[in-house]
Design a protein around this ligand. Sequence first.
Ligand SMILES: NC(=O)c1ccc[n+]([C@@H]2O[C@H](COP(=O)([O-])OP(=O)(O)OC[C@H]3O[C@@H](n4cnc5c(N)ncnc54)[C@H](OP(=O)(O)O)[C@@H]3O)[C@@H](O)[C@H]2O)c1
Length: 351
Amino acid sequence: MKYKIFGQKSGLRVSELALGTGNFGTRWGHGSDAATSKQVFETYINAGGNFIDTADGYQLGESEELLGGFIKGKRQDLVLSSKFSTGGKTLLTTGNSRKNIIHSVEASLKRLNTDYIDLYWAHISDGQTPIEEMMRALDDLVRSGKILYTGFSNYPAWRIANASLLADLRGWAPVVGIQTEYNLIERTADRELLPMAEALGLGVAFWSPLAGGTLTGKYRAPIQDSNSRQQAWGGALLKGETSDRETKIIDTLEEIAKENDAKILEISLAWLRQKNDKNALSAITILGPRNEQQLLDNLSSLNVTLSDEQINRLNEASKIVLGSPYEIIESSQNSIFGAGSDLVETKHTVR
Ligand SMILES: NC(=O)c1ccc[n+]([C@@H]2O[C@H](COP(=O)([O-])OP(=O)(O)OC[C@H]3O[C@@H](n4cnc5c(N)ncnc54)[C@H](OP(=O)(O)O)[C@@H]3O)[C@@H](O)[C@H]2O)c1
């Protein structure tokens, strides 16, 4: 396991693979019991992992409760991250208001049985709360020591950029990172979120790296497991093989898995890990195993290294249409701005 500084706005040292704990618990009717979750947690720590991702809403609070027991004696060596927005059930215990942020952090600290959360994420935009209100409330929490760092998950890029600039100008605790769905099937973060993160020096955590299981290739055969995400959740958070593009992606994965004598999911995760090696983005992957064997399979992706040609083949199979204004910007590079002449190429993406 390697470690990275999580973006340029923090000195936080995180392992390149984080452990997602959405599967810790069974209150959603799908997931892992306490013993299996503990085994997953310990195997992850023994493999050198230090970055734990949970949320107040995961398994209706059970994920945080289980972690509260597992982290005993290890707290200082973990980067414990949690989220607010969706943990409650009522008008005032959901959303991103200052009132719910304060309510949520207290409830999470209690369930996690700890005095502080290392990285506290806004889970998802409620579409209403002003960014100024959130950033001031989060700054208060940093100053009080209840959280150390803050970031945004499932937010539009323009709102995160606004929050980041406001925090910098007003001397508030900075936005240190973003969390976004990203995998070979879901690449829309290529349009705005990833170039923004690179330009602003924000760390990036990719969620659903296997598209909920589709990028293991297992759904090409009928699944018998009644606890699988496909059967237990009716496919929520599962990207299917529903178009020619997805078929091409999984065909290419199968092809490269054969070439490397590796599993399909190892190729999917190796692509994610290596894809940003050549630019200035500090990105890590949040794994979502449901049992120890799945975790071990996920971890073994660290032993797989793809060639540039293989990465390009996967990039090509999975590329998305960037649309306007990016296509006209790109075509203008050659026709108007003279790229390809004597202009020195930049390493980072600025569109
Ligand atoms: N910020 C957000 O809004 C957000 C949203 C979603 C997730 N997350 C975070 O990201 C983490 C990962 O997301 P995710 O759970 O969607 O990740 P994922 O890796 O895309 O999907 C995990 C699922 O893939 C299947 N899987 C994994 N390894 C496997 C293996 N070796 N063999 C067969 N199947 C395998 C399992 O499906 P089965 O259970 O069907 O076996 C597992 O539940 C979550 O735990 C959470 O911490 C954040």
